[in-house]
Write a protein that binds this ligand. Structure first.
Ligand code: AMP
Length: 196
């Protein structure tokens, strides 16, 4: 399956992505992790990206999309992938569709994780990543509302919304159930087509 995970910073995308990736046997691709790896290795891309990460701003779309394109060209993505933190803008979503269309592929589902803002902000305060200062935490929430939330309408037909308040296991079960229902629905639709 080709899945995109969307949700505000702190909602638990990384944790759920790791769990779902294991359960579904598809690679977990986090653009935040890819950027942090470039920063650590001091690559030219990492040097360009660092100030955006530090400020909680989005790295420019062309830089981000280029990095994702290279990652999706790796052979482990042939059976599917779970994208965590990409796309974050409608422009990136269009770029992703174009990349996938080159090999005749398309997304199967967009999984939205939701939780009240005070819950996600409290989680980020306890996490301790360098970009988890109070000011940057708040700014990342604003960037999410302004730039990423519009993607939910863009992906309306693929969207599965999962309540992300609860234990890691419960949330994972909700997500897996939503994905299984989707597959069953697709199979059912196929059977109806066959009968008609
Ligand atoms: P994350 O690990 O998803 O919270 O991302 C950490 C930081 O990496 C973000 O605040 C952005 O600066 C950058 N980043 C991650 N994914 C993207 C993306 N799709 N587009 C632009 N910037 C991104």
């Amino acid at each position: 399956m080709r899945i995109v995970l969307i949700g505000p910073p702190g909602v638990g995308k990384g944790t759920q992505a790791a769990l779902l990736s294991r359960r579904l046997g598809i690679p977990h691709i986090s653009t935040g992790d890819l950027f942090r790896d470039h920063v650590r290795r001091r690559t030219p891309l990492g040097r360009d990206a660092q100030r955006y990460l530090d400020a909680g701003e989005l790295v420019p779309d062309h830089v981000t999309a280029g990095m994702v394109r290279r990652r999706l060209e790796e052979p482990d993505t042939a059976r599917g992938f779970l994208l965590d933190g990409f796309p974050r803008t409608v422009r990136q979503a269009r770029e992703l569709s174009a990349i996938l269309a080159e090999t005749g592929a398309a997304l199967d589902a967009v999984l939205e994780l939701t939780a009240p803002e005070d819950v996600v902000v409290a989680r980020l305060r306890g996490r301790g990543r360098p970009d988890d200062t109070e000011e940057v935490i708040r700014h990342r929430q604003t960037v999410y509302r302004r730039r990423t939330a519009p993607l939910l309408a863009h992906y309306a037909v693929l969207l599965l919304t999962v309540n992300a308040v609860g234990t890691v296991e419960d949330i994972g079960d909700r997500a897996l159930t939503a994905l299984a229902d989707l597959s069953a629905g697709a199979a059912g639709a196929g059977a109806e087509d066959g009968a008609a």
